[in-house]
Design a binder for this molecule. Structure first.
Ligand SMILES: [Zn+2]
Length: 234
């Protein structure tokens, strides 16, 4: 009787052990499958889209129609500065401003508006490339021919940028500085070109402008260090 009981208990224990092993093996297989899927998806994503101009992946390229009023297709032969603007139209999105520039192509006759920008940073930090960096945009008057322009959206009349907008603007400006071998000293306001109150908040708050340029320099230094690490790993 006792013996039989022991045997039954042992086989029960063996069954429980096997069950445990099967569960563990199943879990291990599931983990491996998830890891493989993530690796495949990550690699696939990198292959998926590559900018013609080597722009960072947070930039959406949505170029406007070639036309004499906003995208004259004149080659931009040198870049000596990055010019920061604000759209001056509170609450409008990057897409709406892009479409406005695109719509200028439908003008004709006298009193036409000539306006555009290479980039637009939106209220949620989204970044649109609307005139290629190889072409001049109509944004910065007599500096159109040797600068890249960035238009920036803002929620209200003060012209102050949201945190999301500010972060993207800082990153994009820094990336452009690295690309063209510039420093934060080469980042200027539309105001510095013509005296126009643009970007308004950075004209009325000199301290905010100084802080922005310092943030750009920090981002430039970080991107430069990252590029050096990547090179060292190649
Ligand atoms: Zn401006």
């Amino acid at each position: 009787m006792n013996n039989r009981k022991t045997t039954v208990n042992r086989s029960k224990r063996l069954a429980a052990k096997e069950k445990k092993i099967r569960i563990l093996a199943g879990a291990a297989l599931a983990v491996i499958a998830v890891v493989i899927t993530v690796v495949l998806l990550t690699c696939g994503k990198k292959e998926e889209y590559r900018s013609l101009y080597g722009l960072p992946d947070y930039v959406t390229e949505d170029y406007i129609t070639v036309n004499q009023y906003s995208r004259p297709k004149i080659p931009l032969e040198q870049v000596n500065a990055i010019v920061i603007h604000y759209v001056g139209n509170p609450g409008t999105s990057a897409q709406a401003n892009r479409n406005y520039f695109d719509g200028l192509s439908k003008q004709s006759g006298e009193g036409a508006t000539y306006a555009s920008s290479n980039f637009i940073v939106g209220l949620n930090g989204e970044v649109l490339a609307v005139v290629p960096i190889s072409e001049i945009a109509y944004a910065s008057n007599n500096r159109n021919s040797d600068t890249i322009s960035i238009e920036t959206c803002h929620p209200d009349e003060t012209g102050k940028f949201t945190d999301e907008t500010y972060t993207s603007l800082t990153e994009l400006t820094a990336w452009l500085c690295v690309r063209y071998g510039l420093s934060s000293e080469d980042v200027i306001r539309h105001y510095d070109v013509t005296g126009k109150l643009c970007p308004l908040y950075f004209v009325e708050h000199e301290d905010a402008w100084t802080a922005f340029k310092a943030d750009v320099q920090t981002a430039i230094d970080r991107l430069t260090a990252q590029a050096q690490t990547t090179q060292a790993e190649d």
